[in-house]
Design a protein around this ligand. Structure first.
Ligand SMILES: Cc1cc2nc3c(=O)[nH]c(=O)nc-3n(C[C@H](O)[C@H](O)[C@H](O)COP(=O)(O)OP(=O)(O)OC[C@H]3O[C@@H](n4cnc5c(N)ncnc54)[C@H](O)[C@@H]3O)c2cc1C
Length: 282
């Protein structure tokens, strides 16, 4: 038997979680958790639902602080939010590709991150956008960078007694362009074989700042600081883009699986990194 709890405040939920000594599990949309329960892979004894906690369903924007996406906001709500579409269009486009309509209507963006499946679509994009994760417990509140948050496949930097209350995305520079491209093989509703997120600031045709993050290929999203640094100040020509994409893929060692061998994934990554930069230049 599973005990279901429905706390009506964050304080109450934190209390419950901290008293459970690792036994209780938080549940938001239940999309990821219920798959495991239905297939009798995971047998939770205690589930703490976030559904009745006021305020967690909010999307808020402030010119200085940026965007806040609460723990109960679904992919569909992110996709259709006028605030997200106006200020972070790449995020609205990215979550449109998550699973299917049922998954997007039930599943939350925070739940997607907390599940820490390495094929998450939003994970690499949130990294490029400089997002942080706000976690709360009885011990207080802290903000984790995406680098601190992503630890391994199905493992995050969030502690057992912590609840992620929101994702915070800083305001983007007005001249920054951001894009997310994914490749899912046969069917667009499949999990991605790989997803590439990029952002670019160009001044007089030269690269002032570039960020690239590739999801799905390793345990956590890959970033390419040295290669991005090397592109700074350079003219973004077709040849420079090609060289950059090749340099990024040269050292990567994708995890081979049913979706493709290491060699195949490297080929796809090179093409998609190139296409992402070409998209950012349009
Ligand atoms: C058929 C299918 C296709 C999918 N395709 C894609 C895809 O193409 N791309 C993609 O990115 N994703 C995909 N997903 C994943 C889906 O987006 C996530 O499963 C969903 O968003 C999880 O959100 P949830 O609210 O349902 O999480 P839940 O199932 O409620 O929770 C998931 C995990 O996160 C923890 N958790 C939830 N909320 C919090 C919180 N606030 N603080 C701390 N821990 C928390 C839970 O304890 C649990 O361990 C797919 C899923 C399915 C079933």
């Amino acid at each position: 038997m599973t005990d279901f709890e429905f706390p009506t405040s964050l304080e109450e939920a934190c209390q419950s979680l901290s008293q459970s000594a690792g036994e209780a599990r938080l549940i938001a949309g239940g999309v990821a958790l219920m798959v495991l329960v239905r297939h009798q892979i995971f047998f939770p004894t205690r589930l703490i639902s976030l559904k009745r906690i006021p305020g967690l369903d909010r999307i808020a924007f402030d010119e200085k602080e940026g965007l806040g996406i609460g723990a109960l906001v679904t992919h569909a709500q992110v996709e259709s939010s006028p605030i997200v579409r106006q200020h972070y269009p790449a995020l609205a486009q990215c979550v449109h590709h998550v699973g299917n309509l049922r998954v997007r209507n039930m599943g939350t963006l925070v739940g997607d991150l907390c599940q820490a499946d390495n094929h998450s679509d939003p994970a690499p994009l949130l990294g490029v956008l400089g997002a942080k994760v706000r976690a709360r417990s009885l011990r207080g509140e802290r903000l984790l960078s995406m680098a601190e948050f992503h630890v391994d496949i199905y493992e995050t930097g969030v502690k057992e007694d912590e609840i992620v209350t929101e994702i915070v995305i800083p305001p983007s520079a007005p001249q920054a362009r951001t894009a997310y491209l994914r490749f899912s093989g046969n069917s667009p509703v499949d999990w991605p074989i790989l997803g590439v997120a990029g952002s670019l600031i160009c001044e007089d045709g030269r690269c002032a700042e570039v960020k690239i993050s590739v999801g799905s290929l390793a345990a956590v999203p890959m970033s390419f600081e040295a290669e991005c640094e090397a592109l700074k100040g350079k003219k973004i020509t077709a040849a420079a883009i090609k060289k950059f994409a090749r340099a990024c893929t040269a050292t990567m060692e994708p995890i081979p699986d049913a979706r493709g061998s290491e060699w195949y994934k490297k080929q796809v990554a090179e093409v998609y990194i190139r296409r992402t930069l070409e998209t950012l230049m349009k």
